[in-house]
Each structure stands twice: as structure tokens, then as C-alpha cells.
Design a protein around this ligand. Structure first.
Ligand code: ADP
Ligand code: MG
Length: 651
């Protein structure tokens, strides 16, 4: 013996409208047996749709019990209800409710996506179903490219996709012309003959007369029922027997659903390109600025560090005065060659070079140029990492003997001596002092600051014959390998204090300069990067806004998806993946934009250097997806919380 498929007792449904309670369904009792074809008729507003939604588990009654195959649906969790809709019901709506962005085939496939069916199998079956409904040549048409009758047949195919054991049709012919309407009713009768249970709502008596059983509803009550009973013959086997496993989640299905959801999100993004691009704009700008700022920071830092590497490593410079940029440093005349001699005696000093410098005009034959005249010791070249490219540098005996010899840099050589003239042995006039060139040197680091022509002569010669001063400007000390920089610095300070009695000098250590510059640029980069991060957050909020608006805009789509069996988690996932996708594509565009700007800047020369690091790009990518997740969550949740009945009726 068969039990009723649907057994409803005392179903009551009322709505709260302000202070008033409107009771739409009152105490309805209905039993529907497998294989029946039932028409529910009644005037507009009598509660037919409300009843259908309750039967289809889209809505729940305020009172009464509803048993589906003997199971009380009120005891079912939301996901179990979704499964009931997915696996047992097929909805057909008056306004078709196809998803506008998908073609006919894809629309029919949706219920099978939610049941986790493999793509190939579901394509095959959707194609087959549409073929049987005479739509073989309309598979790739979107709903707006189909007539009403065709759209309704697509929605029938969709209802049958997961089996469609019970087909619930709410005014299925309401929007159709009489010919298409009659065709559709024939189709439903045919399906009924194959074993599908059909419940349809109509207010057209002609349509109702096609059903074997007619239930009339008036004012929320059943006023007549032509009588239902278990069919004498057992219902024929349903076709097609749907292949989806009853358990819902078999291995691989979860992953498949994820991939399918991703594809749907991609499709939605491609269909609404302008909207997606505008949504992304904030992310594009945010990511591009973060990547650029970090690249600029690290590029600048690298450039500055490269420049100071010309100061040499392991060197400490003692200068007259109390600090950089001090105005009266020139008037302090207490730094003497004897200080250099004393420092040179210490263990930690590997090489010491006193230095005086002045600028003077240099003349060779008829060529004249202004150059920096540096009075140094032979150790200077060692301390500051210069290498001789021609000839040699002077030594201590040249200093002691006040020799009039000079070492020049390559720029100076190029200024005075044309190709083919050997500079070695030539005599330059520094002011009125003649010096003989004995070597040409090249710095092994980049020069720091504006480059000028440089001529080096023994410091004793410079003091006695060129500048006439008897004090030094600075003393360069190269610290011996194995000696500690900080200790050496402290000892030099102590020694100098002891000799001078006051602090009229200061020390510059290449490491401390490097450290200061590194930390300064890092602080600046951090600051600007923070501003960029704020712009990223603003971008994320933009994404959230547009996603929230799009939830409202797509309310009906969400309602349809829930009606055909989407779980809440499917809806959440769909919106989250859309948000993440938008952010990731936006992030990628931002990174590409930043790299493009980098190329442009590189074309401008080395004035601004951008140093793109893989880390910052990966971090930008990660933050883009995090922003997508963080700011996509709220819209996704509000989408999943929509009441399907309200959503479906939203225009
Ligand atoms: P039918 O499909 O028979 O035309 P419905 O079931 O759609 O009628 O609606 C029955 C009554 O319930 C109508 O008077 C309608 O205004 C009311 N109703 C339906 N949905 C709501 C709702 N969400 N809030 C308040 N009243 C509603
Ligand atoms: Mg209605």
C-alpha cells in the first residue's frame, strides 16, 4: 500500500503587518499521493502561492504539520530542507525565473551543480532534457533571447534535472499565450503519465480541468477537493532516475562544487565587465600604490646605500667641528697632523690619512679647469678604496719630502689629456704650484654627491705650498681587521679629547651613516606604505559596498538559487568567491599597473629607482584576497540570509 507523498494537517500561515495579523492560510488539510496531478484553483489573493511555497519547503507554516514521505519537515535543518528541494522538488514559476546571465544549458545545469554532479554527466543530461523539450537548437541562448514558451520549457527541464519527483508549478501558463500554455499543460500531463507528481496552481478553469484532481482554495481555506487517493496502479518508474547519490556529499563533490562556484563567479564577472571593473578600481589603485611605494622606498634606500659605499668600509673619519653642516667648522683649526700621527700609532688603526682640501684652478698648457685639491697621505687611497689605473700613488717619503707630485682621477685625466697623451710625468699648475702627475686612480664605489675633478697631492705639500694652512680638515682612519668599530671609535674619541681638552671634533663612521639612512628610509617607507594600506582598506570598503548593492540587485537570483536547492553555504561561497575574484583580478591589474609605471620610470634614467620585490608582490596578492574575504563576508552573509519567498517575489 502507498502512503501519501505529501500530508499536511492544520496548516496555518499568517503575516504580521504592523499591529495587524493577516491570516492567509487557515487550517488546511491536504494529502497528495505519488503520481497524482493536482490543480489548486482560487481567486487571486486566496493564498495559493503561499500554500505552494509551504509545500515546496520554501516557507514554513505558523501552525500545523507537514509530512513529506512521512517525515516531519519542521524537524529538518536548513541544509536538509535545501536537499529536499534539490532532490525531490522541481519548481516552475509564472515568470520562469531563469538566471539571466546563463544560457539555457547552464540554467538547466544549476540544480545538478548544487548536488555536486560531475560536469560532463550533467551537461549530457541537460542537453538531453532540452532536446526532448524541443530546444536542441537553443542551448546557448540566454533567457532574453528566448520566447516565453521556450523559457518555460527551459524551466521545466531545470525542474527535471535532479529527477523532479514532485513538480510544483505556480501559474505556469500565466505569462504564456494560449498556444504555448496548452503545450505546456500537455507537457505536464505527459510528465505526470511518466510518474511525476504534479501540483499546479492556476486561476484558469480550462487549465484546471486538465488535472485529474482539483482543489479549490478560497480565503485561505480549502472549499472543495475533487478527491485524491492512492492511484490504483503503482506509479510508473520515474525517469530519468537521477544519478545523484542520496548522501549529497560524496568524495570530490565538494571540490567540484567549489570549482563550479568559481566558474559561476567568473561568468558573473565577465558578464558585468564595467560593474566589475568599477568595483575593482579601489583595489587596483590601492595595490598599485602599495607595490610602488614599497619599490620606491627600497629603490631609494639601495641607491643611497650604494652612494655611501664609496665612503669605504671599516673607516672612521675624524672631522673638525661639532657635527655635519656646522657653519663655523672652517674656523676650527685645532685638528693637526700630529693628531693623525698619534692615531696612527694605535693598534686599531690599520691606515690613517690626514686630509685638507681646497679648490683651485688647474692649468695644463692652454687648458684650465677648477678642481678639488685634496691634500692626503699615501694611505688615503687605501682607506677610501681607490685603485690605481695608471702609474702609482705617492707614499710617506713623498709626504715627508714635500714632493710636488699628484694623483688624478679619470675625469681630470679626460679633461686635460686627449687620447694618446700619457698623463704620467706631465706637469700641472695648481694655482702657481707645479706638480708632476704620477698616477691615475678610479674609485671602486660610486661617487657621492656632485662629482668634481679631483687632484690628490701629499697633504704636507698642500698645507705648505697650496693652501698655506697648518691644520687638517679631517683624518680618515681605516680600522684594522679584527678590531671592533665601536671600541675604536670610543678610543679615538678619548684620545682626541685628551689631546684637545674639548670636543672640537666629531666622528663619522660609514656604518652609522648607513644605519641612519637605512632606518630613515625604512621609517618613511613604512609611513607612506601605511597611507597606501589605508587606501587599500578604502578600496575594500568600496568592494563591500558594491557587493552589498549587488546582493540587493540580485535578490531574485538568490531566491531562485535557494528554490532550486542551493544551501546557505553555497550562496555564501558564491558571493565570497565573487568578492575574492574581484579583489584578486583587481590586485593583479594593480601589480601589472605598478610594474608598467616602473618600466616608464626606468626609461627616465636613474633619478628615481624602483626596486620591485617578489615579497611585496606576493604580499599585495595575499592582501587582495584577504580584503576580498574580509569585505565580501558581510554581503555574502546577507545574501544567504534572504528569505527565498520574499526574494522570489522581488521585482
Ligand atoms: P495567490 O497566489 O492565491 O494570489 P498569495 O498566496 O500570493 O495569493 O497571497 C495571499 C495573501 O497573502 C495576499 O493577500 C497577500 O497580500 C498576502 N501575502 C502574501 N505574502 C505576504 C507577505 N510576505 N506579507 C504580508 N502579506 C502577504
Ligand atoms: Mg499567486
Amino acid at each position: 500500500m502507498t502512503e501519501p507523498l505529501i500530508s499536511a494537517r492544520g496548516i496555518t500561515r499568517s503575516y504580521q503587518a504592523g499591529d495587524e495579523t493577516i491570516t492567509v492560510l487557515r487550517d488546511i488539510d491536504i494529502d497528495i499521493w505519488p503520481g497524482e496531478m493536482v490543480a489548486i484553483i482560487g481567486a487571486s489573493g486566496s493564498g495559493k502561492s503561499t500554500l505552494m511555497n509551504i509545500l515546496g519547503c520554501l516557507d514554513s507554516p505558523n501552525a500545523g504539520t507537514y509530512l513529506f514521505r512521512g517525515r516531519d519537515v519542521r524537524a529538518l535543518a536548513p541544509d536538509e530542507l535545501a536537499r529536499l528541494r534539490r532532490e525531490h522538488f522541481g519548481f516552475i514559476f509564472q515568470r520562469y525565473q531563469l538566471l539571466p546571465d546563463l544560457d539555457a544549458l547552464a540554467n538547466v545545469e544549476v540544480p545538478a551543480i548544487y548536488s555536486g554532479e560531475a560536469r560532463g554527466e550533467r551537461r549530457r543530461r541537460a542537453t538531453d532534457l532540452l532536446g526532448r523539450l524541443g530546444l536542441s537548437d537553443r542551448l546557448d541562448h540566454r533567457p532574453n533571447e528566448l520566447s516565453g514558451g521556450q523559457q518555460q520549457r527551459v524551466s521545466v527541464a531545470r525542474a527535471l534535472m535532479n529527477g523532479g519527483e514532485v513538480i510544483l508549478a505556480d501559474e505556469p501558463t500565466g505569462a504564456l499565450d494560449s498556444h504555448s500554455g496548452a503545450e505546456l499543460i500537455d507537457l505536464l500531463r505527459d510528465l505526470n503519465a511518466r510518474g511525476h507528481t504534479i501540483v499546479m496552481v492556476t486561476h484558469d478553469p480550462a487549465v484546471a480541468s486538465q488535472a485529474r484532481r482539483v482543489i479549490e482554495v478560497h480565503d485561505g481555506r480549502v472549499v472543495s477537493d475533487s478527491g485524491g487517493s492512492a492511484p490504483e496502479t503503482p506509479a510508473p518508474v520515474l525517469d530519468p532516475p537521477h544519478s545523484v547519490s542520496g548522501k549529497g556529499l560524496h568524495p570530490g563533490a565538494a571540490l567540484r562544487r567549489l570549482v563550479d562556484t568559481f566558474n559561476m563567479a567568473l561568468n558573473a564577472m565577465l558578464t558585468h565587465r564595467v560593474r566589475s571593473f568599477l568595483t575593482m578600481l579601489g583595489i587596483i589603485i590601492g595595490i598599485a600604490s602599495v607595490v610602488l611605494v614599497v619599490a620606491l622606498g627600497s629603490g631609494t634606500q639601495e641607491k643611497v646605500l650604494e652612494n655611501i659605499s664609496s665612503l669605504g668600509t671599516n673607516t672612521i673619519t675624524v672631522r673638525a667641528g661639532t657635527g655635519f653642516g656646522q657653519r663655523d667648522a672652517n674656523r676650527i683649526e685645532t685638528l693637526l697632523p700630529s693628531d693623525a700621527t698619534m692615531i696612527a700609532l694605535q693598534d686599531y688603526a690599520a691606515a690613517v690619512s690626514p686630509a685638507v682640501s681646497t679648490s683651485a684652478s688647474v692649468i695644463w698648457r692652454n687648458i684650465e679647469a677648477t678642481a678639488q685639491i685634496n691634500g692626503v697621505s699615501g694611505d688615503y687611497f687605501d682607506v677610501h678604496a681607490y685603485v690605481a689605473v695608471l702609474g702609482s700613488v705617492f707614499d710617506a717619503s713623498d709626504v715627508a719630502g714635500l714632493e710636488q707630485v699628484a694623483v688624478i682621477d679619470e675625469d681630470t685625466r679626460d679633461t686635460f689629456f686627449a687620447d694618446g697623451i700619457d698623463p704620467i710625468g706631465q706637469v700641472l699648475l695648481l694655482g702657481r704650484v707645479p706638480v708632476r702627475v704620477i698616477g691615475v686612480v678610479r674609485s671602486s664605489g660610486a661617487t657621492f654627491g656632485p662629482s668634481s675633478l679631483n687632484v690628490w697631492i701629499p697633504y704636507a705639500t698642500a698645507m705648505a705650498r697650496v693652501s698655506g694652512q697648518d691644520h687638517l680638515d679631517s683624518i680618515g682612519v681605516r680600522i684594522a681587521d679584527g678590531s671592533d668599530m665601536m671600541t675604536a671609535q670610543a678610543e679615538i674619541t678619548a684620545l682626541m679629547l685628551q689631546r684637545h681638552g674639548r670636543k672640537d671634533f666629531f666622528l663619522i663612521n660609514s656604518d652609522t651613516i648607513r644605519g641612519t639612512i637605512t632606518s630613515t628610509t625604512r621609517t618613511l617607507t613604512l609611513l607612506v606604505a601605511m597611507i597606501a594600506v589605508i587606501s587599500l582598506i578604502v578600496g575594500g570598503i568600496g568592494v563591500m559596498n558594491i557587493m552589498l548593492v549587488s546582493v540587493t540587485e540580485r535578490t531574485r537570483e538568490i531566491g531562485v538559487r535557494i528554490a532550486i536547492g542551493a544551501r546557505r553555504s553555497d550562496i555564501v561561497r558564491q558571493f565570497l568567491i565573487e568578492a575574492v575574484l574581484v579583489c584578486l583580478v583587481g590586485g593583479t591589474l594593480g601589480i601589472v599597473g605598478a610594474l608598467g609605471i616602473g618600466e616608464l620610470v626606468a626609461g627616465l634614467g636613474d633619478t628615481v629607482r624602483l626596486n620591485f620585490s617578489l615579497t611585496s608582490i606576493v604580499a599585495a596578492f595575499l592582501s587582495a584576497s584577504l580584503i576580498g574575504i574580509a569585505f565580501g563576508f558581510l554581503p555574502a552573509r546577507s545574501a544567504a540570509r534572504l528569505d527565498p519567498v520574499v526574494a522570489l517575489n522581488r521585482e
